[in-house]
Write a protein that binds this ligand. Structure first.
Ligand code: AMP
Ligand code: ZN
Length: 482
């Protein structure tokens, strides 16, 4: 990671990584991270289905995996990362039923699935860039670029006796795979109950899932295969791309907790049945971002996008701060008020950092606060506690400005909040703020023009109470978030 060498320089010891602990969904316990190959961490994250813009719930999943990557890199690991782009095969129900998501997107926008995938993959990478997710070393393979590999994997499964054919495609036989559903302790009874609505004609077991779906005449995406023209089942792409890009066994696999029961158990079944060896050493999942108590999801229609922030004058990094205030395994409830509070806290942190930068002349020194911060991050990414250490130590008189700068260096490298080079307060265009704020601004201008300074000051305070700071300069007033 290029940024890491720049920020921490010699502090990184590539050959003897420091211990890091993660909660592993396979055991349900916190475990010492021991990768397959010393010093190297192979990390795969289930990526977005690019039929629509990623919402902020999705973005929580990528801030989470970025925090894992940063923490491991700082601990001395060389991190190899893949985030796949799903551009085929994912049905609305996440199982074998429902409309195909790429087809939904293509119909909605009267475009080809390829054009839809290009549009939303680009927006996704822009969004995660705005959240300081370091993409310089990340591979973003698309499922449609790995059709050959997916067919080869399905063929291996068929040859080894783990698959059977039905009239509409090739299916994985979960009963042939011992211990199917072990991730998250999803037992057979649950699988049967959950899958009851999805039983396809002829399936041997409700949990069996499609590997290759035969095309219907008007399907927009179809390829030749040994089973006929069609497209891959959604779960197959992750197994095939991991195998091609990272190898048969990887260290960490991440995703949202919604993927544990079906998608990740199916990935395990396919990969381990094909290779005959363990697939993933550490499974890690992020809890949901919720809206009014429900999971934020495109299909429920209760979503917010990062692009909604600019009209409210909220910097995208406020979302990253908001996520980090909660532990990744805790559900997080979104509201604009809570996000505004996170934005204010981040602005205060940036202000403090600017002052410490001046006082320390950007010379960082170690301290017990910095050590405690590092240990806390390495303890299953305890970001709320790490933020607590950061705030307490920066405000304390116990530490010198150089020690505080040293802490800020470590915090910035882990948290990705632009603490070392905070953005200048963003000057807003008055036309971009909500209508009631525009009215307050206009009334203040009118009061000033008629030299009614008492009213102008009162309106300025009212704007401040809503989080807007107004300053009068030679070129007129400028508006920023306060
Ligand atoms: P999708 O595009 O639906 O495949 O989702 C992309 C990633 O976002 C997956 O890892 C999902 O588990 C995750 N995800 C979806 N909705 C949420 C949510 N509300 N909170 C946290 N993660 C989510
Ligand atoms: Zn996946």
């Amino acid at each position: 990671m290029k940024w890491l060498a720049r920020i921490l320089g010699k502090a990184v010891a590539p050959h003897r990584p420091t211990p890091v602990f993660f909660t592993n969904a396979l055991s349900g316990k916190e475990e010492l991270f021991i990768p397959q190959k010393p010093g190297i961490a192979l990390l795969y994250s289930c990526g977005p289905t690019v039929y629509n813009r990623a919402h902020i719930g999705n973005l929580r999943a990528y801030v989470f995996s970025d925090t894992i990557a940063r923490t491991l890199a700082i601990a001395g690991y060389h991190v190899k990362r893949v985030i796949n782009i799903t551009d085929v095969g994912h049905l609305v129900g996440d199982g074998d039923e429902g409309e195909d998501k790429m087809t939904v997107g293509a119909k909605r926008e009267h475009a080809t699935p390829e054009a839809i995938a290009d549009r939303y993959a680009k927006l996704f990478i822009e969004d995660i860039g705005e959240l300081n997710i370091d993409t310089s070393d990340v591979l973003f393979p698309r499922a449609t670029e790995y059709i050959k590999e997916q067919i080869a994997l399905a063929k291996t499964l068929e040859e080894k006796g783990f698959a059977y054919r039905l009239s509409d495609g090739l299916y994985f036989d979960t009963q042939k795979f011992p211990g199917y559903g072990r991730l998250g302790g999803v037992c057979n009874a649950e699988l049967e109950a959950g899958a009851r609505v999805e039983v396809a004609e002829g399936k041997h077991h409700p949990a069996d899932f499609v590997l290759w779906r035969l095309a219907k005449p008007n399907d927009l995406q179809q390829w030749d295969s040994p089973w006929g023209r069609g497209n891959p089942g959604w779960h197959l792409e992750c197994s095939a791309m991991i195998r091609s890009l990272l190898g048969q066994e990887i260290d960490i696999h991440t995703g949202g907790e919604d993927h544990i029961a079906v998608h990740h158990n199916n990935e395990i079944a396919q990969s381990e049945a094909a290779s005959g060896r363990p697939f993933v050493r550490y499974w890690m999942h992020v809890a949901f971002l919720t809206m009014n108590g429900e999971k934020a999801s495109k299909s429920l229609g209760n979503v917010v996008y990062l692009s909604d922030f600019s009209e409210k004058g909220i910097p995208p990094l406020a979302l990253r701060y908001f996520f980090l205030q909660a532990h990744y395994r805790t559900p997080l409830s979104f509201s604009w008020n809570a996000l505004s509070a996170a934005a204010s806290a981040l602005e205060r942190l940036w202000k403090l950092s600017r002052e410490i930068r001046e006082e320390s002349n950007r010379i960082g020194k170690p301290s017990d606060a910095r050590n405690r911060f590092l240990v806390t991050m390495r303890d299953d990414l305890a970001t709320p506690q790490a933020l607590g250490i950061l705030w307490d130590s920066l405000r304390s008189e116990e530490y010198t400005p150089e020690e505080k700068w040293g802490l800020l260096e470590a915090a910035d490298a882990h948290l990705g909040l632009s603490l070392l080079a905070p953005p200048l307060p963003q000057v807003l265009d008055a036309r971009d703020v909500p209508k009631d704020m525009q009215d307050l601004l206009a009334r203040r201008e009118a009061a000033r023009a008629s030299r009614d300074f008492a009213t102008a000051d009162r309106l300025r305070d009212e704007l401040a109470a809503h989080g807007y700071r107004i300053e009068d300069g030679p070129d007129g007033p400028t508006l920023t978030r306060s």
